[in-house]
Ligand binder design. Structure first.
Ligand SMILES: [Zn+2]
Length: 332
């Protein structure tokens, strides 16, 4: 990726310490450090959502929750300790603006270099973003390996048919395992997509610094707990910082992360973080509203319930007015 241009914006009538964009202003340093810290926390939270979830012990004191599960836990070691430069250190004395800005808990198990998910940056050297363990071999499969994979998957689906009490050989079902195997690979094709290819040539320098929103992006994903679909709409907004992205690419990024096994919270964060990395914008907001078949079709059968998640970064989070503008625009 190109690094952002170094020359400052044309002089404006507003003093730079108010616009918060001069690289030398203390406000700006603090904002950058804050953004960096926001991103680091998102990485940690995306990582934790890829692991087993442990119920919170409601009787335990609030700040001792075992959020990061059974991983080795060395509370005396500060978060991110021992790794080069971290601007959040500059902020350790600063007053937090809201609860999420409090100093991170000492969770060494979540520090980036120890995790395959977060050790890789959003755009890593392979161009994969948050790959899972089998992603690379799926992507690099030779035709015969891909064929073997297809047969294995088809066999597994035949087994499912047997287990539910069906006859996989009856006429109507004969081709079903094969069809479902193909469908499953399509539903999860996001594992084969990467940001670098997807964005190639579609990020531009432009002096536009007003809110950009693409709303009602349709998403189809699979709940990783039940392997049944959830679908709905994603709304993406960002405030550029002299980098803009082709609008159709926002939908492609939404697709890339939704065509994987997901939980909605992680999907929301991954899209926000990917945009944040690629565009280095002043702010990003992602809102997802969706209907989970695992909720509406089984169990509680709340057919009209919607699940809404959001992730706000940078100015979208720090400036209430901007955030409200975004929320109003996606509702209209
Ligand atoms: Zn589910």
């Amino acid at each position: 990726m190109d690094s952002p241009p170094l020359n400052p914006k044309p002089k404006s009538s507003i003093p730079s310490y108010l616009t918060n964009t001069s690289p030398l202003s203390p406000l700006s340093i603090s904002q950058e450090a804050r953004d960096k810290r926001e991103r680091d926390k998102l990485y940690a939270s995306i990582e934790s959502s890829n692991t087993v979830r442990h119920p919170v012990d409601l009787d335990a004191p609030n700040n001792s929750s075992s959020y990061f599960g059974n991983k080795k836990h060395t509370p005396t070691k500060p978060f991110m300790n021992g790794h080069a430069y971290h601007p959040e250190n500059l902020l350790s004395e600063e007053h937090a603006r809201d609860a999420r800005d409090e100093a991170p808990e000492p969770i060494s198990g979540a520090s980036r270099p120890e995790s395959p998910f977060t050790a890789n940056p959003t755009i890593d050297f392979d161009g994969l973003s948050w790959p899972s363990v089998g992603t690379r071999s799926r992507l690099d499969a030779t035709p015969s390996e891909a064929q073997a994979r297809h047969e294995k998957l088809t066999g597994a689906i035949r087994t499912i048919l047997e287990c539910i009490g069906e006859d996989p050989d009856r006429e109507g079902l004969q081709k079903t395992p094969e069809r479902y195997a193909e469908a499953m690979m399509f539903f999860t094709k996001g594992y084969e997509m990467n940001l670098r290819d997807l964005l190639n040539g579609a990020v531009f320098h432009e002096d536009h610094d007003e809110l950009v929103i693409v709303k009602d992006i349709e998403i189809f994903s699979l709940c990783e707990h039940h392997l049944v679909p959830f679908n709905g709409k994603m709304h993406i907004g960002y405030i550029p910082n002299r980098r803009v992205i082709g609008l159709s690419k926002l939908a492609r990024i939404a697709e890339m992360f939704s065509r994987r096994l997901q939980v909605q919270e992680r999907l929301t964060k991954q899209v926000a973080l990917a945009l944040s990395e690629v565009l280095q914008p002043q702010g990003v907001a992602v809102v997802v509203e969706s209907s989970h078949l695992c909720m509406v079709m089984r169990g509680v059968e709340k057919t009209t319930s919607k699940t809404i998640t959001s992730c706000m970064l940078g100015r979208m989070r720090s400036t209430a007015k901007t955030r409200e503008e975004f929320l109003k625009l996606i509702k209209d």
